[in-house]
Every structure is written in C-alpha cells, then in structure tokens.
Design a protein around this ligand. Structure first.
Ligand SMILES: [Zn+2]
Length: 76
C-alpha cells in the first residue's frame, strides 16, 4: 500500500511538472478544437485548459487559428 501511494505521488509530480511547463504550438493545436468546443458550449475552457489559454494569449498565430475555428464552429 505504501509503495503504491509513493508511485501515485510520483505520478502526480510528473503530471504537475509537465503541466507547469509552457506548451508549444503543436500541443496547443492538439487541444484547440476541444478548447473551442468548450468555449462554444459555454464552459470555462481557460479554467480547464489554462496552458492553452496562456498560449493563445501569447501566440498570435494560434490566436488567429482559434478565432477562425471559433467562427467555423459557430456557423455549423
Ligand atoms: Zn502557438
């Protein structure tokens, strides 16, 4: 049991460390459609995917992609 919880702690640490890192355009793009879908569903996508949100704030290229996707999905 103890060994198991240590494993879990390590796993959580790995996730947190990964999460603390900035994401790149590739990763942003991977999550972008889900992000847009959530936004259109009225959910707080920035709270669920803060790294995507952060990337969109700092990357004009992905921001443009996001807005284009938003427009397309809004229409359908
Ligand atoms: Zn980008």
């Amino acid at each position: 049991m103890k060994a198991k919880s240590k494993k879990l702690t390590n796993l959580l640490l790995t996730i947190l460390q990964t999460y603390a890192r900035e994401i790149g355009c590739d990763t942003c793009f991977e999550h972008l459609d889900r992000y847009v879908e959530m936004t259109l569903a009225g959910k707080d996508a920035s709270a669920v995917m803060p790294l995507v949100y952060r990337h969109l704030q700092t990357c004009p290229a992905c921001r443009e992609e996001y807005e284009a996707l938003l427009k397309v999905l809004k229409r359908s």
